[in-house]
Design a protein around this ligand. Structure first.
Ligand code: SF4
Length: 882
């Protein structure tokens, strides 16, 4: 079968994927060697895409009030409830909350309905949580939301500065591209600016562990250093930049206190400044560590100021580079999916822009002012201003700050529609109407990645049940509200052409986003569209911006912007003395609605955790694998302790993925205040003030069972977290009171009619091991005791899967002749840390290539290569000492 060329639905790298369905609900996945984002590479998440497309848990019919319904009834009800709210309370009483997961065509239609027909701008997107500060910074400096460079710049640079970006885990294929470039050209230098020691540090020549939120001071210091060292490009700045002197003046106030504000050693700062100053070809890559901040826009402008001052922008191997979190965050920016933008990078505040868009759409209205940004949108649901809300392809009950309050706000909204592929998400549980959306592999359209490359997502699976593309669901509601002619799209190609035509008008009005060269594309040419970087006009295609000025401001000059360091929004107090940093793990994506379906992706990290420094742990009596309660003035989460020097003293790190579907209390955003950047409206998701306490349950347990099972209703539970295993699920549990292990195991084997029970009790250790089998097959196993359970989990799961006799399985660790592989490092080939350490120690292997040749580890997607490198480095001092 010929594979279908499509695009990965996860991060903003936008890798090309070849997908070949196997006819049994899965698909073979390979990297597309012709795609300019990845040239055949994929990370662990992309490689496992074929394991995430089963119909398990899919929403297959529309539901109204929890009951199966049909599209006609659901569409009529949505149109009627939105129309009633608008008639009675005005257009601002309704809202859409959409997503960087939507395809550009879905996004375009939703934006058109809200801004041009309903006449409000209350459409915002989860990209607000991701890159709104970059948009604001770009617009302030360049006059438009323009990413100046391309991915090739990463290979052409002599210095790459990564700031607020754990590229190795969050944009792994870009990390691999840089790693490959560094191997070819060892002179390429990498500086990693991050409070934590992350996997990305494995590639760095210099690591600057700055204090959370202090980036403005660091880059202000750099700007002053450039000025003092005569490294300002006089010719470029004279011709193309205004505001530089004022910016340098503003920077000097911070510049004298950089070490104090950032907490960095002066020597490290000096090394970084000297490296930046003497290297012409510099790319500064920044991501959520910069954006997710109450001073995110200023951080972006502090970085842009340095590139503008040195003229290092728009030429090969040079420039600031915002890498986006989501597969179509850029597409959302292009269509105006943010509440403060019009389509095609046109501005709501500009009357000519509004008139142009309304004229093009021939719409009855056009929004006249920006709408509610995400945080304010949910506050408006809570206080009754929003009467009808449509959430598409996102899970705000988990991902928004003050997530408990957001969950309550959605519940309080009189009418809530949720479009999703899954029936059970934290947000879907709150819906009045659930609409089944088509998922990756079924839908057709385009996405734009971080370097402005538009790629096709193409279907290769049949559409299941009554699922429909989002553009059609929105168009049908628009038609039912009376605008059938203006939303009579038959396919995504028609929407794409309309968007491209509008971009031509925007281009003529001096905007950067112009794909009018594709406005007459045929259906077949759209079907075949190869990855294409914008702009695409008759004259231009896909180059860099700003090497020779040409900014999108009235005088065509960039604006250097005076910015000053501001502290984090939440002050530390005696009650909340620790900083909470948040981020992603390597193998999960957002709220895990897809990645949690692939057992191999849960093998790397299977439960929510908090990294805590040994000093902070000791001060609180916390030991490894204890359970922690992280608490702020806004909420709490319960997590496993991971004691490590990799997170600095005074700060804890918690991943953002866990939901109420997969854990009892892993939703860390519940504990984060909704403090926002005053310009971008982006919430500060890194830097909340919290306290951590040790939870002291009476018992802990680890279990595996064949049936899918959630321990919601068990009495006395203090904690649970489950993950997909092959087969069934794995669960970590802890509780108060007396554990009835037999009753718990029976609970897990609820669907087994006739069973044998084997129970082994170790009185001295207080440990109970209990197994339930049926017809010789293990159905459930449970290991419980008064302390965190120490058994080889990967061994138990593997033995459970293979149907090992229960007595051997309950040993909980391999026999002496079967070494324990340890925690999974390479998910592609299921290679554990102990296996890697053994070949380093016993066979003297010391390079990635040697390990790859011996074990295959790191030889497929490469996402684990930084961890393998770290294991080799850790083992070598031990070897030397032996
Ligand atoms: Fe997908 Fe990984 Fe590529 Fe991101 S880096 S687009 S997650 S394969």
């Amino acid at each position: 079968m010929t594979p279908t060329r499509t695009t990965c639905p996860y991060c903003g790298v936008g890798c090309g994927v070849l997908a070949t369905p196997d006819g049994r609900g899965r698909a073979e996945i390979a990297g597309d060697k012709t795609h300019p984002a990845n040239y055949g590479r994929l990370c662990s998440k992309g490689s496992a895409l074929g394991e995430t497309i089963s119909l398990e848990g899919r929403l297959l019919v529309p539901k109204i009030g929890g009951e199966n319904s049909d599209w006609d009834k659901a569409t009529a009800l949505i149109a009627e409830r939105f129309r009633t709210a608008i008639d009675e309370h005005g257009p601002d009483s309704v809202a859409f909350y959409v997503s960087g997961q939507l395809l550009t065509e879905d996004y375009y239609v939703a934006n058109k309905l809200m801004k041009g027909y309903i006449g409000a701008a209350n459409i915002d997107t989860n990209s607000r949580l991701c890159m709104a500060s970059s948009v604001a910074g770009h617009k302030r400096a360049f006059g438009a939301d323009t990413v100046p460079g391309t991915y090739e710049d990463l290979e052409q640079a002599d210095l790459i500065v990564l700031t607020g970006s754990n590229l190795a885990w969050c944009h792994p294929v870009l990390y691999q591209r840089i790693a490959a470039a560094k191997e070819t050209r060892p002179g390429l230098r990498v500086v990693n600016i991050d409070p934590r020691v992350t996997a990305t540090c494995e590639l760095a020549d210099l690591h600057l562990p700055l204090a959370l939120g202090s980036d403005v001071a660091l880059f202000n210091g750099l700007l002053l250093h450039l000025a003092e060292m005569g490294a300002v490009d006089q010719e470029y700045t004279h011709s193309h930049v205004t505001g530089l002197e004022a910016s340098i003046d503003a920077a000097s106030a911070d510049a004298t206190h950089v070490a104090e504000i950032t907490g960095l050693e002066p020597g490290l700062i000096a090394q970084f400044y000297a490296l930046f100053t003497r290297t012409e070809k510099v790319v500064t890559v920044y991501s959520q560590g910069v954006n997710q901040s109450s001073s995110g826009s200023d951080k972006v402008n502090a970085i842009l100021n340095c590139h503008l001052a040195s003229g290092r922008i728009g030429r090969p191997g040079m420039g600031p580079f915002s890498v986006t979190g989501q597969p179509n965050a850029m597409g959302g920016r292009e269509v105006g999916g943010l509440a403060n933008m019009l389509a095609c990078h046109l501005d709501i505040e500009n009357p000519q822009h509004r008139a142009a868009v309304q004229g093009f759409w021939r719409s009855p209205k056009i929004c006249e002012r920006p709408g509610l940004k995400a945080v304010d949108l949910f506050r408006a649901c809570a206080d009754g201003r929003v009467k009808a809300l449509w959430i598409m392809s996102t899970n705000p009950a988990v991902s928004m700050p003050e997530a408990d309050a957001v969950r309550d706000a959605i519940s309080a909204c009189p009418f809530v529609v949720v479009s999703d592929i899954l029936e059970d998400t934290d947000t879907a549980r709150l819906a009045d109407v659930l609409l089944p959306a088509t998922g990756w592999g079924e839908k057709s359209g385009t996405v734009t990645n971080s370097d402005r490359t538009i790629s096709r997502q193409r279907p290769f699976l049949p559409v299941p049940g009554e699922a429909r593309p989002d553009w059609r669901a929105v168009s049908d509601v628009a038609a039912a509200m009376g605008w059938a002619d203006d939303f009579a799209y038959r396919n995504p190609a028609e929407i794409f052409r309309e968007h491209a035509r509008l971009s031509g008008i925007a281009g003529k009005m001096g905007r950067d986003f112009d794909i009018s060269g594709l406005a007459e594309i045929s259906d077949q040419a759209f079907e075949d569209l190869a990855p294409t970087r914008w702009p695409v006009t008759g004259a231009t295609q896909g180059g860099r911006f700003f090497a020779d000025g040409g900014f999108f401001t009235p005088d065509a000059k960039a604006r250097a912007l005076p910015v000053k360091h501001r502290g984090l929004a939440a002050p530390l107090t005696d009650r909340y003395p620790l900083r909470l940093n948040t981020g992603r793990v390597r193998d999960h994506w957002h709220t895990m609605t897809r990645t949690a379906r692939a057992p191999r992706l849960s093998k790397h990290i299977a439960e929510p955790y908090a990294e805590i420094h040994p000093t902070d742990a000791a001060a609180r009596g916390i030991s490894p694998a204890d359970l922690l309660r992280v608490e702020s003035a806004h909420g709490r989460a319960t997590l496993r302790a991971l004691i490590t020097h990799r997170t600095p003293e005074g700060t804890i790190f918690v991943p953002m993925h866990w939901t109420a579907v997969w854990s009892s209390q892993g939703r860390i955003d519940a504990a984060i205040a909704a403090a926002t950047d005053p310009v971008s409206g982006q919430p500060e998701l890194k830097g909340m003030a919290v306290e951590v306490t040790r939870l002291a349950p009476d018992w802990y347990a680890f279990a595996a069972c064949r049936a899918d099972w959630s321990p919601y209703a068990l009495p006395g539970l203090a904690y649970w977290a489950k993950a997909r295993a092959a087969p069934g699920i794995r669960v970590e549990l802890a509780g108060f009171g007396q554990l009835d292990a037999a009753a718990l195991a029976q609970h897990m084997a609820w669907d087994v009619a006739e069973s044998d029970i084997l129970e082994i009790t170790d009185q001295r250790a207080g440990m109970t091991r209990l197994g339930i089998s049926s017809a010789g097959q293990p159905q459930a196993v449970l290991f419980a005791g008064p302390d965190p359970v120490e058994i080889a989990r990967d061994f138990v799961l593997d033995a459970f899967d293979k149907g090992m006799p229960m007595a051997s399985l309950l040993a909980g660790r391999p026999a002496a002749d079967q070494p324990d592989p340890g925690a999974t490092v390479c998910s592609c080939f299921d290679i554990g840390a102990n296996t890697i350490l053994r070949v380093v120690q016993d066979e003297g292997l010391t390079t990635l290539d040697q390990i790859g040749a011996r074990l295959r580890a790191g030889g497929n997607c490469g996402s684990c290569r930084p961890e393998i490198r770290r294991l080799i480095a850790e083992a070598q001092p031990r070897l030397a000492a032996e």
